[in-house]
Design a protein around this ligand. Structure first.
Ligand code: ADP
Length: 482
């Protein structure tokens, strides 16, 4: 089976969030079980500089509405073949994949991701310029959401649309329809129209043969108004074609026994190194050097979705407990400001680093005693996996992938060997506070705490199981089209 995996980011080359981690790992896991996956990704500077030479495999000229471009062949370090969409006018510039360095959306995102979608569809269409023809195209998030529509109109191969986060929908004014050379008939409720505008994601959800999302709980939640972001009606009608598959993690990159970004490596049978990471983390963030005080870690985008406002709200109460807080992230200016202010108010107790830092994120996973994720919604989430693997029990809100991957610690779950963190229901500051208090109480009972940490570290979050589930979906889609 040949699958084209179309994505707008891929770790370690270019990353803004979880989509990059999935793109960096799932294709390799699929290849390991016999699926011939190739990854289509835009030629941003970080991707182009990864290509040792510019080996052109196809010229893409005259695609209506788009500048000329070409495809270059490359390879990820893990052996996954890359098809790099080289279009300097659209992708060769400093800044993020979606935003300019000043933070605003690129003015031409319509063309940038219209072209990415279009090319994904061309490669799956009868007139593809490549020798390698996929049997199926797997699209990821709104940036490739138009591909299922283009594929439909070109009588191309089937497509699977994967939702990593329904909150981002790629919405453009109705005039985009002409710019993208889409048929007028597609602009309706039964098509890619979304409240009078055009939505890339809606196109994907409507025209794809199958939809997947990154956890079974999120697959259910997005069919309801609260988390459906206006797409709940469409998703509910497509329930039979909607599958939730929990993400795995890159167990080589996230391995406390081999992690080069740590102050000291450790494992379930050699836990001493963890304490050294705590000491170094405390030093790096200007926290009081105290091995006994529970240290809570956060690595996150600072947005409403992630619920960090609740954590900031209860911070003064947490200081009385007492616990220390180590926070890394960036996002909404008010939240960054509030976090910085708390760090100033409680020197030695709250350390905040605003920015993106791969090495500090690893050190926090290893050096913290517990990891906090009070997300309002979380399609899958990755940090709760990393923290379990690093023996840092996560404290999470019961939503999406968090609900599917963290089992609340109790006498019963400790005994039956399933406990892996602390879970709260109801998105209220008081609930988060009492759950942190419960975690601290457990931390103060070394036997219980060590048992919990061991259970966390023994969990298997490798991609194998998820990759097999994706393959099953792909097979089902191909059978249905036959
Ligand atoms: P989302 O994709 O919604 O941001 P996920 O938990 O699925 O959330 O994935 C986020 C990924 O990005 C994780 O690997 C996390 O460690 C990483 N990350 C988020 N913020 C930062 C940061 N400031 N520095 C380093 N890594 C970060």
């Amino acid at each position: 089976m040949k699958v084209l995996f179309a994505t707008s980011e891929i770790a370690p080359l270019i990353k803004t969030g979880g989509l990059a981690d999935v793109s960096g790992a799932l294709p390799a896991a699929l290849r390991a079980i016999g699926v011939d996956v190739r990854v289509l990704v835009p030629g941003y500077p970080a991707v182009m500089s990864h290509l040792p030479e510019q080996h052109e495999v196809a010229a893409l000229r005259g695609l209506p509405g788009f500048p000329n471009s070409r495809l270059l062949a490359g390879e990820m370090e893990n052996g996954v073949p890359l098809l790099v969409l080289d279009c300097p006018d659209l992708y060769q510039r400093e800044g993020g994949p979606y935003n300019a360095p000043q933070g605003y959306d690129w003015h031409d995102n319509l063309q940038r991701f219209g072209l990415l979608s279009k090319v994904a569809a061309v490669l799956g269409s009868p007139d593809s310029p490549l020798n390698w023809r996929p049997d199926l195209v797997n699209c990821n998030d709104w940036q490739t959401g138009l591909a299922p529509a283009y594929l439909r109109f070109a009588h191309g191969v089937p497509s699977v649309m994967t939702i990593h986060n329904l909150a981002f929908q790629g919405i453009f004014p109705p005039s985009a329809l002409q710019d993208l050379h889409l048929p007028a008939s597609s602009f309706g409720m039964a098509g890619l129209e979304y409240y009078g505008n055009l939505s890339f994601l809606k196109a994907g959800l409507f025209y794809a043969d199958h939809i997947t999302t990154v956890s079974p709980t999120y697959a259910r939640e997005i069919q309801d108004e609260a988390l459906g972001f206006g797409m709940q009606g469409l998703l509910a009608t497509r329930q039979a074609d909607l599958t939730g598959i929990l993400n795995g993690i890159d167990t080589d990159e996230w391995n406390p026994g081999k992690d080069k970004l740590l102050a000291k490596t450790y494992s379930a049978s050699r836990m001493a190194g963890k304490a050294e990471n705590k000491r170094v983390l405390q030093a790096q963030l200007g926290l009081e050097q105290n091995p006994d005080i529970p240290l809570l870690g956060v690595v996150s985008r600072f947005t409403y979705q992630k619920g960090l406002d609740l954590l900031l709200e209860i911070a003064p109460g947490l200081m009385e407990m007492p616990v220390q807080l180590a926070m890394l992230g960036s996002g909404e200016p008010q939240m960054q400001h509030a976090a910085r202010e708390l760090a100033e108010r409680y020197p030695g107790m709250i350390g905040v680093h605003i920015g993106f830092s791969e090495s500090l994120s690893h050190l926090i996973e290893a050096g913290a005693d517990m990891f906090v994720m009070p997300s309002r919604f979380e399609p899958c989430g990755l940090n709760q996996f990393y923290s379990q693997r690093y023996g840092t029990p996560p404290i999470v809100h019961a939503t999406g992938g968090l609900a599917d991957s963290v089992i609340n610690c109790s006498d019963e779950t400790l005994e039956n060997g399933t406990a892996s963190g602390f879970v709260f229901n109801g998105m209220f500051a008081g609930n988060l506070y009492s759950t942190i208090a419960r975690a601290v109480e457990t931390y103060r009972q070394p036997k219980r705490w060590n048992a919990l940490r061991k259970l966390c570290m023994a969990k298997d979050f490798s991609w194998e199981t998820s990759a097999a589930a994706y393959r099953e979906v792909f097979e089902k889609v191909l059978q249905q089209r036959r």
